[in-house]
Design a protein around this ligand. Structure first.
Ligand SMILES: [Zn+2]
Length: 122
């Protein structure tokens, strides 16, 4: 009756790696485009909220147009003089913001880290 300590350690290591992979996957899956929501704010007031799961173009106040595509949001048209907003990195379900300072347009995606209230869907 001799249990090989090495075998137990190996099994534990395999389990630990599997668990880490699972947790890592779950964490990265937190950026779920089906649940992420784009909030558009103009001049500090909420303009609208849009699901990242739905590809669409949104005209904002006649000054800017943003596009939701493949769960990412980018500014595709703007009449501001600097055009900086159009060069900002696309934002996705993991969170982020695109700001058009001259037009006071803010696109923001809330990260999925906040606890969801499941009863909303019920
Ligand atoms: Zn701009």
């Amino acid at each position: 009756m001799f249990i090989k300590r090495k075998d137990i350690l190996l099994a534990a290591a395999v389990l630990a790696v599997a668990l880490l992979c699972y947790v890592g996957f779950r964490l990265s899956a937190g950026a779920d485009p089906d649940r992420a929501v784009l909030t558009i704010t103009v001049d500090g007031e909420e303009y609208g909220t849009y699901s990242l799961a739905e590809d669409q173009q949104i005209e904002i106040n006649g000054t800017n147009t943003c596009e939701i595509s493949d769960g990412e949001v980018r500014m595709v048209q703007a009449d501001c003089p600097d055009q900086l907003c159009m060069h900002q990195k696309a934002i996705s379900g993991s969170g982020g913001t695109i700001v058009c300072l001259p037009n006071r347009v803010v696109l923001s995606v809330a990260s999925d880290s906040e606890p969801e209230v499941d009863s909303i869907t019920g």
